[in-house]
Design a protein around this ligand. Structure first.
Ligand code: M6R
Length: 624
């Protein structure tokens, strides 16, 4: 949650820090859009502008009040997803200290802000916002003004970092040292960008990908000082440490809309590539391989139970992992929403494998579940889309999804890539434990490799689905039904609709309908039904055909997603969306796609004109 950016231009750079900072905020806005703000630091002066609402409000305010006052070469900026305090102008970041000299931006939660606040108030400082973050600005000013760290930004910032509890990334600047920004992180992200014409800081690489591909990750409880032409990494005591340099392999085009009217629509169309790239390189010389495998085949053979932990769409991908792993590996799999996992004291030991699925690799609930699992001795395998993020760094093995940057808050391509990756994990387990012959594994892998081409075919349904959604108009509610692997797809369809169209939607196992939800069916209620392949498990297919008839008989408008050639469903479908044939377990990689189009257009019908940034949400949820 929250995006933070920092920049110092080199002596030869003619770019205005204000422009670079605003551009970085635009790329970072998907991390939070309750408010935005920027501070430009020049000799003896800090110019701040901040505004509630989306970045456009800030840009307009700057245009109205004049840009000439923003003269410095350094800036820090912030896009907020509110935790402490309402999303208004005062609570927006940056926060400036009582003496007007120190300025900070913060992502995360400062858990001990209450005693710190009391201490600052006792020193006669009046706090102006309701945030936990503001304390950091005043603490910096106090440390800079007097005492052992007086007149030293680096030492003052480190002294503040040592006092903070919780999860945080904080950027510190001071008017008396405009050529320096100090930043520190604990459990929330911070990446340094090393440019030829300046140094950058960002919550993720999107903030500076237009300027450099050279980046540096920081370890937990590490700080960095950037100046116009370099950086130094250290721990909070100031002891030098090493950052981890890496080269960004996402290109700039991936972080831009490329002719689509929304990132979400572009990302839906990137799904064949996301699945293809995720599969690439994981079947080598007749063997399934993961990326960072610090677990041996022997470790995998000792596993007696698998837990999958994840949130939101990643959780739905995890439900599919359960079907695949139980079927292929014959190991019991429990899937749990990450925010619930550690609070119910699950039974974990060395023979437990916890698979943590996360696009961002930052989700606080999932990260805490991972930490809890490790403390109990379990092994952790991360499925993640973000290289170097915290969850894979703490895991024993990693499989990266290669979806590229996902900017739309509603997950599309990252979800499909997660499903594909979870299946790779299932096959890797089956291989290590010998529950499938190698030729069976190869056959399944080849079937997975055919999926991107089939997704291309499903993408051709776009106009049909948009027309259908437009015909439905601004509906108040919608139901989604599925059986077996169609059930997680139904849940994912309902989640997409809730988060994008702001309407009530629910997904049910189709067989559960008679046990209550069927009472919701009334004339013209749109009900999406995900139908399993008739070539696969005959029993599944025939049962769901009966379910469609039951709801149709009660007046529902049935929107049926079924395989091409499935004539049995045709008489009972008001709207039939046909997808290519594929093995039962892999069908979610196809059947999810029409639901993404459907939710995008129903959102528009319901009045959401910015599907990339649904209200109240943020891309990375770094607070529990
Ligand atoms: O980054 P993660 O995969 O850990 O994020 C998990 C969820 O927050 C995420 O999938 C969320 O549910 C999406 N907005 C759904 O579209």
């Amino acid at each position: 949650m929250c995006g933070i950016v920092g920049y110092i231009g080199s002596a030869r750079s003619s770019a205005k820090a204000l422009d670079i900072g605003l551009e970085a905020l635009a790329r970072m806005e998907y991390r939070g859009y309750d408010s935005a703000g920027i501070a430009v630091i020049s000799d003896g002066d800090i110019e701040v502008e901040k505004k509630a609402g989306k970045l456009a409000n800030l840009q307009q305010q700057i245009a109205e009040t004049g840009r000439d006052r923003f003269n410095g070469k350094a800036c820090i900026g912030h896009t907020r997803w509110a935790t402490h305090g309402r999303p208004n102008d005062v609570n927006a970041h940056p926060h400036v200290s009582f003496d007007g000299k120190a300025v900070i931006v913060h992502n995360g939660i400062i858990e001990n802000f209450a005693p710190l606040r009391a201490e600052i108030e006792a020193a006669g400082v009046e706090l102006t916002s309701e945030t936990d973050s503001e304390v950091a600005a005043h603490l910096l000013a106090l440390a800079y003004a007097a005492g052992p760290t007086a007149g030293d930004l680096e030492a003052s910032a480190l002294s503040v970092l040592r006092r903070l509890e919780g999860a945080f990334t904080v950027l510190f600047a001071h008017a008396d040292e405009p050529g320096k920004i100090v930043a520190g992180r604990r459990s929330t992200p911070l990446i340094v960008g090393v440019g030829e014409d300046g140094m950058f800081l960002g919550s993720d690489v999107a903030g500076f990908i237009a300027h450099t591909r050279e980046a540096v990750e920081l370890d937990e409880n590490n700080a960095v000082v950037i100046t116009a032409d370099g950086y130094r990494v250290m721990d909070f005591d100031g002891t030098p440490t090493e950052g981890r340099p890496f080269t960004i392999d996402w290109d700039l085009a991936a972080a831009e809309k490329g002719g689509f009217d929304s990132f979400m629509m572009k990302e839906i169309f990137e799904q064949p590539a996301a699945v293809r790239d995720t599969l690439a390189g994981h079947y080598v010389d007749g063997r399934v391989v993961l990326d960072e495998q610090r677990l041996s085949d022997d470790d995998l053979r000792q596993v007696e139970k698998v837990f999958v932990v994840a949130c939101g769409s990643a959780y739905h991908s995890g439900l599919l992992a359960k079907y695949a792993i139980e079927h292929w590996v014959r190991l019991p799999v429990e899937i749990e929403v990450a925010s619930e996992f550690r609070y119910r004291d699950p039974v974990l030991d060395r023979q437990t494998l916890v698979v943590a699925v996360s696009q961002s690799g930052e989700t606080a609930d999932t990260l805490e579940a991972v930490r809890h699992a490790k403390k109990q001795g379990a092994r952790v395998l991360a499925v993640c889309n973000t290289n170097g993020s915290q969850i894979p760094r703490e895991a024993d093995a990693v499989l990266y999804t290669h979806a590229g940057p996902e900017i739309g808050v509603a997950s599309t391509k990252a979800f499909l890539a997660q499903v594909a990756a979870n299946y790779i994990v299932g096959l890797a387990l089956a291989q290590a434990r010998g529950t499938k012959f190698s030729d069976e594994i190869e056959t399944t892998y080849r079937q997975l490799e055919e999926i991107p081409g089939k997704i291309e075919k499903v993408l051709e349904l776009k106009d049909t689905v948009l027309e259908l959604a437009a015909e439905l108009g601004p509906i108040p509610t919608m139901l989604f039904l599925g059986r077996h692997v169609g059930y997680p797809v139904a849940l994912e369809g309902a989640l997409k609709l809730k988060e994008l169209a702001y309407i009530h939607a629910e997904g049910f196992p189709a067989g559960e309908l008679k046990h209550g939800p069927i009472a919701l069916i009334e004339d013209d209620l749109p009900v999406v039904v995900v139908v399993p392949s008739p070539q696969g498990r005959e029993i599944l297919h025939s049962k769901i055909v009966t379910n469609i008839q039951e709801i149709r008989a009660r007046g529902a408008r049935t929107i049926v997603i079924a395989e091409e050639g499935d004539e049995a469903v045709r008489p009972f479908a008001n709207d039939l969306l046909e997808i290519p044939q594929c093995p039962t377990l892999l069908q979610p990689l196809l059947s999810t796609v029409p639901l993404q189009f459907l939710s995008a257009e129903i959102a528009r019908q319901c009045g959401n004109t910015d599907i990339d940034k649904p209200r109240n949400l943020a891309k990375s949820v770094t607070v529990e």
